[in-house]
Design a binder for this molecule. Structure first.
Ligand code: SF4
Length: 400
C-alpha cells in the first residue's frame, strides 16, 4: 500500500490521549523530591532505578546502545545479587516518615533480561515488596516466564519492524529463522494470559499492558503503519515510536545514525496513517519532543542533574570480580562508561545508599562536559525541568 502524501506535521498523540506514559510533563510530579538535590545535603532516593540482569543478548540490533558492555563485560548479576537488590530497594531512603523512596524498577538491558534465569525471581520479589515493575525485552523468551511478566505494570517489547525481513536485517537474525513471528506469538499469548489471570499487565487500565516498541531507523521507517496494524492485532495496549540514537561510544564515528529529510517526511506520512488506528483501547505514540527536528541530540541544558534522579544497577565490570558483585552506574545512555560508575564490582547493596549524594557522586556531576561526551540524552526533560522549573523558577510553579 502506498501511503498518501501529507504536508501536515503530525502530533505525537491524539489530544484526548495527552495524559499518557510518554508525556514528559509527568516529571513535574517529582519537583518536590528533586528540590532536595542540593550539594552538602542528603539526596533523596531516586523514584526509578533500572536494573540490567545481564549484559548478554541473543540478538544483535544495529543501533544497540549497550554494544560496548556486551563486548567488554558479557556477565550477569547472580541470583543472590538480584535478590539482595530487590530487598534493598524498598528500604532505600525510607528511614524518615516523609522521606522519598524507590517506587519503581525498570528491568532492562544492557542485554536481554530474560537470558538471566534469576530474572523471574527478581520480578516476583519486587512485586511482593510493592515496587512497580516495567520490563524491556526483545520478546524472544517471554513464553517461559508469563507468570512473572504478568505482574509488570508495562512490558516494552522491542520489535522495531513490521516484517520478518526487516526484523532479521536489523537484528542480526538469519533469514531462515522466524524470530519475528515467534515474538508476535509471544505477545499475543502473554496478553491473553495476563487478562485471563486478572494480572496487572492484563488490566483494562489504558497505560498498563504490552507496548510494541519501535526504534526508528532509516531502514524501518517505511513499515510504521504496517507495524501499527500488527501491534493492534496481537493485543498490545499501544505502539511507541522514537528515533534510534547513536550510542555514546560511536559519537563522531562513521557509525553515527543519521536521518535524511526524506526519512523524516516518510515518518510524518506514516505516523499520520498509523494514528488512524488509535482508538479507546489502542494508542499510537510517535515521540519526537525529546529530539531536534532532524531526530538528533537536543541536550539543551547546562549540567547533568539527572545523575541524582535515577541510576542503573548492572553486572560486574571485571571478569575476576566476585560472583555476587554489581556496578552502580548513573546513566543508562552511557552504560559501561567507568567515568559514571559510582560503585564498581561492589557486593554490599547497603553501600549504594552510603555513596548516593556523596563526594564522588558530586565529582562525577561536576566532571561531565555534556557537549563533548554525551549522546542524545534520555533525561533531557529531567535536566531541563531541574534547571528551568526548580533553579530558575521559570514557571513560577507555586502559583497553581
Ligand atoms: S547522557 Fe549525559 S547528560 Fe544525559 S544523563 Fe547521561 S551523563 Fe547526564
Amino acid at each position: 500500500m502506498t501511503p498518501p502524501s501529507h504536508t501536515v506535521k503530525p502530533t505525537e498523540w491524539r489530544t484526548a490521549k495527552r495524559w499518557n506514559p510518554f508525556n514528559s510533563n509527568k516529571l513535574l510530579a517529582h519537583v518536590e523530591r528533586w528540590k532536595r538535590i542540593r550539594r552538602g545535603r542528603p539526596i533523596p532516593a531516586p523514584a526509578l532505578i533500572t536494573v540490567d540482569p545481564t549484559n548478554v543478548c541473543n540478538l544483535d540490533c544495529v543501533w544497540c546502545n549497550a554494544e560496548y558492555i556486551r563486548e567488554h563485560r558479557n556477565r550477569r548479576l547472580s541470583e543472590a545479587a538480584l535478590l539482595s537488590i530487590a530487598d534493598f530497594l524498598p528500604r532505600w531512603g525510607r528511614r524518615d516518615f516523609d522521606a522519598f523512596g524507590v517506587d519503581a524498577v525498570c528491568v532492562a538491558g544492557g542485554g536481554e533480561p530474560l537470558l538471566n534465569p534469576a530474572t523471574p525471581a527478581f520480578i516476583d520479589k519486587l512485586a511482593a515488596h510493592g515496587i512497580e515493575i516495567g520490563c524491556v525485552t526483545n520478546g524472544s523468551l517471554m513464553y517461559d516466564h508469563m507468570d512473572a511478566l504478568a505482574q509488570c505494570t508495562w512490558l516494552g517489547v522491542s520489535v522495531d519492524a513490521g516484517t520478518a525481513k526487516t526484523f532479521n536485517a536489523l537484528k542480526g537474525v538469519a533469514e531462515s529463522k522466524n524470530a519475528f513471528g515467534a515474538v508476535l506469538d509471544n505477545m499475543s499469548l502473554l496478553t491473553d494470559y495476563a487478562r485471563s489471570h486478572h494480572a496487572r499487565l492484563g488490566s483494562p487500565h489504558p497505560a498498563y499492558g504490552i507496548s510494541y516498541k519501535y526504534l526508528l531507523h532509516p531502514e524501518n521507517i517505511g513499515e510504521v503503519y504496517t507495524a501499527t496494524k500488527i501491534a493492534k492485532e496481537v493485543g498490545c495496549k499501544n505502539i511507541h515510536f522514537r528515533p534510534a540514537g547513536t550510542p555514546w561510544d560511536k559519537i563522531g564515528t562513521e557509525d553515527e545514525i543519521r536521518f535524511s529529510e526524506d526519512d523524516i517526511a516518510l515518518f510524518n506520512e506514516q505516523i499520520i496513517l498509523a494514528q488512524e488506528l488509535d482508538d479507546d483501547s489502542f494508542s499510537v505514540y510517535g515521540i519526537t519532543h525529546k529530539f531536534s527536528e532532524q531526530f538528533e541530540r537536543a541536550n539543551y541544558f547546562s549540567k547533568c542533574h539527572s545523575l541524582f534522579m535515577t541510576g542503573v544497577i548492572s553486572p560486574p565490570s571485571n571478569p575476576n570480580a566476585p560472583e555476587d558483585a554489581f556496578v552502580m552506574g548513573l546513566c543508562c545512555d552511557r552504560r559501561g562508561d567507568a567515568k559514571l560508575e559510582l560503585l564498581r564490582d561492589e557486593t554490599d547493596v547497603e553501600k549504594i545508599e552510603a555513596a548516593w549524594g556523596g563526594k564522588a557522586h558530586w565529582k562525577m556531576h561536576d566532571s561531565i562536559t555534556i557537549a563533548d561526551e554525551c549522546p542524545r540524552c534520555t533525561y533531557q526533560p529531567h535536566n531541563q525541568i531541574y534547571e528551568q522549573v526548580i533553579l530558575n523558577d521559570s514557571m513560577t510553579y507555586k502559583f497553581i
